[in-house]
Write a protein that binds this ligand. Structure first.
Ligand code: ADP
Length: 181
């Protein structure tokens, strides 16, 4: 399924993010940058040890990555040239700034991509796995953040949401259709 916002093509697909051939893929990392389960584990497994080495160098420089921020490494053995590691919020009931922090995670990933001249990027469903952010709300935030960025910036010209199940894909599709109304 595809949508356009000005010159940016936005794709929603059910797939494995580690297989994407976009210039960058986004990792739903944790602030230690030392790897974890879910998308994070899959990316480090598929990309090999170089990604973790670079994450450790970033840690040595800046001591990890705060929630809502993003850092970049190369993609190691992945088809993608870069991995943008962002840290979504852990859900603590919704009154701890979770929505703003999730918005920041998408926005700062896109800003970093733009800064690097990256033209195509894939996002997973940040925070909706181990971090337990309610999926409908997270999808609404993800879609609105990407839509807003694409309306104001020329690159990236392709943004993919790569979702791991039909259920999650459907939630994102409904969020997208709602945003267009
Ligand atoms: P978080 O810790 O931010 O909640 P998770 O990695 O636990 O992140 O989960 C985020 C979403 O990513 C979940 O919907 C999960 O099913 C999905 N996911 C897990 N592995 C992959 C993968 N290889 N490609 C795309 N999505 C994935």
């Amino acid at each position: 399924m595809e949508f356009w916002v000005n010159n940016t093509r936005i794709l929603l697909k059910r797939d494995d993010i580690t297989k994407q051939d976009t210039e960058a893929i986004v990792n739903a990392a944790n602030s230690s940058l030392l790897g974890g389960g879910g998308v994070d584990g899959a990316i480090h497994r598929a990309g090999g040890p170089k990604i973790l080495e670079e994450c450790k160098q970033i840690r040595a420089r800046q001591g990890g990555c705060p929630t809502g921020e993003a850092v970049i490494t190369t993609g190691g053995n992945l088809p993608a040239r870069y991995v943008i590691h962002t840290v979504g919020p852990v859900w603590h009931g919704g009154r701890h700034g979770e929505a703003d922090l999730l918005r920041n995670a998408y926005k700062n990933s896109l800003l970093l991509a733009k800064e690097k001249g990256i033209r195509s990027i894939s996002f997973p469903s940040i925070s909706t796995g181990a971090y337990r952010f309610p999926i409908e709300q997270a999808a609404g935030i993800a879609v609105a953040s990407v839509q807003e960025f694409a309306a104001q910036n020329i690159i990236p010209t392709e943004i993919r949401f790569v979702l791991f199940s039909d259920e999650v894909l459907l939630v994102y599709r409904l969020a997208w259709e709602k945003a267009l109304q």
